[in-house]
Design a binder for this molecule. Structure first.
Ligand code: DGY
Length: 323
């Protein structure tokens, strides 16, 4: 039997030091030291002969990469809950197992969702800029008037683990929770949230429309001009899922015209090359895809992958196995 440390693994991005240290003990680990985002063909070349490939949402793992890493590659471990960057059908057909990191990041992502809701509704970007720039002339009765949260409807598209963690926090702010999912939740998970059978119904109730559904090809461009028009005038859009769920042209137009009050965005199409018009809008609060970015969470995500590989080695089925 192969000794554990002779198993080759390739780490596409830098993980936390505790996780990297552990991986170094368990594998003959090669690391993309400069933490650059590798293209599919670079991964195919650099990870040749690896049994395990550690990736994140920045790496595109398509059928060509998977085929080129055959027959050595048995497992892909992605430091993300989302797996839209991996061709799952190709992984299945190559017999490659895919592990991801659900649950451990739900609280951190819910915190960022609330940060976006608060900053979009209460004009966080403009407020910060006013103070930093020296433009602030002192308190004024009509200065930076925003939207209070109490009694408003927070409409969550995608009431999975992250959506429910957001709802828990949002209730504390006095928001009324509405949601749409492919299937309705049981009452104990709903916790009084109001279910809408269709996305269009949910949009019509959306004082704040918050996207927490996992990225999937069929959802691409889901929030387009027609759907934005279904929202009440002066609504707010928040996205912590994947940027390509939003039609940027439609959102930017609605923000420019005042049809929407504001948006809070943590994710963007074609990251990090976001639509430059977002940078010019005062009524958008922007964060650079930091939903799960806390040290504890990133450690926990790494450990979940390590435990998943351990389970596979022991012949058990890991809870975080996708295929
Ligand atoms: C996730 O876990 O999917 C986050 O978006 C980071 O990639």
């Amino acid at each position: 039997m192969k000794s554990i440390s002779s198993r080759k693994a390739f780490l596409c991005r830098r993980f936390t030091s505790a996780v990297e240290e552990e991986l170094g003990k368990r594998f003959a680990l090669q690391t993309n030291r400069d933490d650059s985002i590798l293209s599919a063909s670079e991964i195919a070349e650099k990870a040749k002969g690896s049994e395990v490939l550690f990736v994140t949402a920045t790496e595109v793992i398509n059928a060509d990469v998977l085929r080129s890493l055959q027959p050595a590659l048995t497992t892909i471990a992605t430091l993300s809950v989302g797996y839209d960057h991996i061709d799952m059908a190709a992984a299945r057909s190559c017999g490659i197992k895919v592990l991801h990191t659900p649950d451990v990041l739900s609280d951190a992502c819910a915190e960022i969702a609330m940060l976006l809701v608060l900053n979009a509704c209460r004009r966080g970007y403009e407020a910060d800029r006013m103070v930093r720039s020296g433009a602030w002339q002192g308190w004024a009765p009509t200065q930076l008037l925003g939207r209070g949260l109490v009694g408003r409807r927070l409409c969550i598209f995608g009431m999975g683990r992250i959506g429910r963690a957001i709802a828990t926090r949002a209730r504390g702010f006095g928001l009324e929770i509405h949601y749409h999912n492919r299937t309705r939740l049981s009452p104990d998970l709903e916790q009084g949230a109001i279910y809408h059978e269709s996305l269009d119904d949910l949009l019509a109730a959306s004082d704040i429309f918050l996207i927490a559904a996992p990225g999937r090809p069929e959802l691409k461009g889901m929030l387009d001009g027609e759907r934005i028009a279904r929202m009440p005038a002066g609504g707010v859009v928040v996205n912590i899922s994947r940027g390509d769920l939003i039609d940027d042209n439609a959102l930017i137009e609605a923000l420019q015209s005042g049809q929407l009050f504001a948006a809070g965005l943590d994710v963007f199409a074609s990251e990090p090359n976001i639509d430059p018009r977002y940078r010019t809008l005062d009524n958008v609060f922007l964060t650079p895809h930091i939903g799960s970015a806390t040290d504890d969470t990133r450690d926990a995500m790494g450990w979940l992958l390590i435990r998943g590989i351990e389970a596979i080695d022991d012949g058990r089925v890991p809870t975080n196995l996708l295929s």
